[in-house]
Design a protein around this ligand. Sequence first.
Ligand SMILES: CC(C)(COP(=O)(O)OP(=O)(O)OC[C@H]1O[C@@H](n2cnc3c(N)ncnc32)[C@H](O)[C@@H]1OP(=O)(O)O)[C@@H](O)C(=O)NCCC(=O)NCCS
Length: 225
Amino acid sequence: MKGQRPALRLRPMRVEDIPAVVQLDRLSFATPWSTSAFRHEVLGSNHSHMLILERAGTSQRSSPHTAASAGAREQRGWRAWWRGRSQPENPTGYGGLWVIEDEGHISTLAVQPNERGQRLGELILTALIQRALAAGAGYIVLEVRVSNHVAQALYRKYDFTIAERRPRYYADSEDAFTMRLDLGDDTSIHFQKRRAALWQHFATRQGLQDAYTESPWPEACAAPG
Ligand SMILES: CC(C)(COP(=O)(O)OP(=O)(O)OC[C@H]1O[C@@H](n2cnc3c(N)ncnc32)[C@H](O)[C@@H]1OP(=O)(O)O)[C@@H](O)C(=O)NCCC(=O)NCCS
């Protein structure tokens, strides 16, 4: 529809996303991850479920058949399509989850600074929780800086509670809180209702597409087990 923002899409992170993710990570964290840390999460880990939130249609990934009709135009179409595939636009946000046996662990989560405050952090968090449930996690933990009141408020909104304080957890010596969410039956049902309402909110306003939470884990990422 004219004037409507491009649809939001959740999908697994791919290796070609990493340069843009590293940039956003540097904007978002005092002690950002290295490129090789993200490469390990995407390619080398059996437990990692990395997520990208992007606006569909901003990364020029239309089929070459829609880009050119025949002959030389078709050749150019394929080249443009391939460039689009290998150079994705900046993601709107990203998140990371590890699932080992019945423990889910949210490893990272960030939204572009100019896109914050629109419930997109909430969208990513709920996708990660849903993915953890689908992978069989019985509880989820995460670490958050004691000074990061915004992130703590987001996690409290989804019923995480502070389990412990870890002194000098970060490389710059700041303490962390470990926050925990137990995924018992009642919590899971309550969570599913809230997630459904949030999904509906985005689906009606922005055409949410979800290729992350329930889909079989793709070949692009290390297969679990
Ligand atoms: C934390 C972060 C992901 C939140 O993303 P966001 O899209 O801005 O947050 P949302 O709009 O989804 O807000 C969801 C909830 O977070 C909390 N929140 C968001 N912005 C807030 C603010 N400025 N002040 C206080 N609470 C805030 C609120 O509880 C909010 O729910 P509400 O609007 O019903 O009150 C984002 O601020 C970010 O990328 N920060 C830098 C990286 C980071 O700190 N990541 C967390 C690592 S543990």
